[in-house]
Design a protein around this ligand. Structure first.
Ligand code: NAD
Ligand code: 89V
Length: 344
């Protein structure tokens, strides 16, 4: 397979994981990087041996011949950068949250569709191996047809030291973290008909909400609860584990803290350790997330090679993004929100 030439825009906190993963992937290489902060450009360029460096994305697109661009900036720049990639006919990966609003996200999907370029949102949580193990168990039909799910992320981990901007936005946990957990709920239980939400801010030192509880009716009749908190102190800090409970017509599954998957189904009860591997460049407790970065980026290269659409395409991500919008509007109005009304 010919090696795809990629560029990375945004050389901040999380991009380092993406650069490590690109180095592990045969079939793709990052040939140029861009950051408007020259210091971040220097640090990442030197760490990964990338000589072609730009402080301006327009200059990058003008000078380079690219097979794809990987956008790892924060959300405010996503729309202009994705539209710039589309205008230059360059396939594009964009970090989550995809956009500041659903209207922006729809415009970005339309721009890429009109330009005929593939667009993948870097929605990596569903690629974590414990979550993939749950998906495989559902596919095996061991617990029959799911009718209830609880997808839970509760922690008191200090995310603000690595990502200080998380403390300053009016929107916090649903937009930043809930978006992943809502995507996992869709991945496991299917698309959503309606969502009811309640949010709260427990930590007085931050601007946004740090607790959210969401109840969803899925189109196939299943019900799920998605609950997220950064205000939950536990005996053993679980960050960044997503815990999953699913009840089905023929059994149950529980993904518990410590990556233990217990399944009680048609063939009895099994307990399996589904811990993610610790990649050579990864560090605990982030290794779960870091491994999923490698998995989603591999998926992108496979998709480009085969011409298949990515699982978390821009169009797919609109359905997750609509759940985020619904959580905020529903928490404000204290009314259920119909998801298809937002996607029209
Ligand atoms: P960061 O602030 O550390 O890094 C962002 C970098 O982008 C900065 O160096 C900044 O100078 C640069 N930048 C911003 N706008 C730019 C522009 N127009 N042109 C060039 N460079 C620009 O942020 P971060 O914590 O690395 O987060 C980046 C993105 O990754 C966010 O959208 C965040 O939500 C996401 N993220 C995802 C995960 C995940 O697991 N998927 C985890 C953490 C962060
Ligand atoms: O995955 C993320 O988007 C991160 C974190 C896990 C810290 O919330 O921002």
């Amino acid at each position: 397979m010919a090696t795809l030439s990629g560029a990375l825009i945004g050389c901040g906190f999380f991009a380092v994981n993406q650069m490590h993963a690109w180095r592990d992937i045969e079939g793709a290489a990052i040939v140029a990087i861009c950051d408007r902060d020259p210091e971040r450009l220097r640090i990442v360029g030197d760490q990964f041996g990338v000589a072609r460096r730009y402080t301006d994305a327009a200059a990058l697109f003008a000078a380079e011949t690219l097979d794809f661009v990987d956008i790892a900036t924060t959300v405010a720049s996503h729309r202009p950068l994705v539209e710039m990639a589309a205008a230059n006919r360059v396939p594009v990966i964009c970090q989550k949250p995809f956009a500041p609003t659903l209207a922006d996200a729809k415009a970005m999907v339309a721009a890429c569709a009109e330009a005929g370029v593939p667009l993948m949102v870097h929605e990596n949580f569903r690629w974590q191996s414990p979550v993939q193990a749950v998906r495989a168990m559902l596919d095996s039909r061991e617990i029959g047809t799911p009718f209830f799910g609880r997808i839970s992320f509760r922690s008191a981990y200090d995310v603000f030291s690595g990502q200080p901007y998380l403390a300053t936005g009016k929107r916090f946990i649903v937009e930043d973290l809930g978006i992943h957990i809502l995507d996992i709920a869709r991945f496991l239980l299917g698309d959503v008909k309606s969502l009811t939400a309640r949010t709260a801010r427990i930590n007085p030192a931050i601007a946004g909400e740090d607790v959210a509880t969401m109840l969803m009716d899925h189109k196939n009749g299943a019900i799920s609860v998605v609950d997220c908190s950064y205000a939950t102190r536990l005996a053993v800090e679980p960050f960044p584990e997503t815990l999953i409970e699913i009840d089905g017509s023929d059994g149950t599954l529980r993904l518990a803290q410590g990556y233990q998957l217990t399944v009680t189904g048609k063939s009895g009860t099994t307990v399996t350790d589904v811990s993610p591997p610790l990649l050579p460049w990864a560090s605990r407790p982030w290794h779960n997330i870091q491994e999923s970065v490698l998995a989603i980026q591999r998926h992108w290269v496979d998709c480009i090679a085969s011409g298949k659409g990515p699982a978390t395409s821009g169009a797919d991500n609109l359905k997750t993004f609509a759940l985020v919008e619904a959580a905020y509007t529903g928490a404000a109005s204290r009314q259920p929100v119909r998801i298809d009304d937002l996607l029209e």
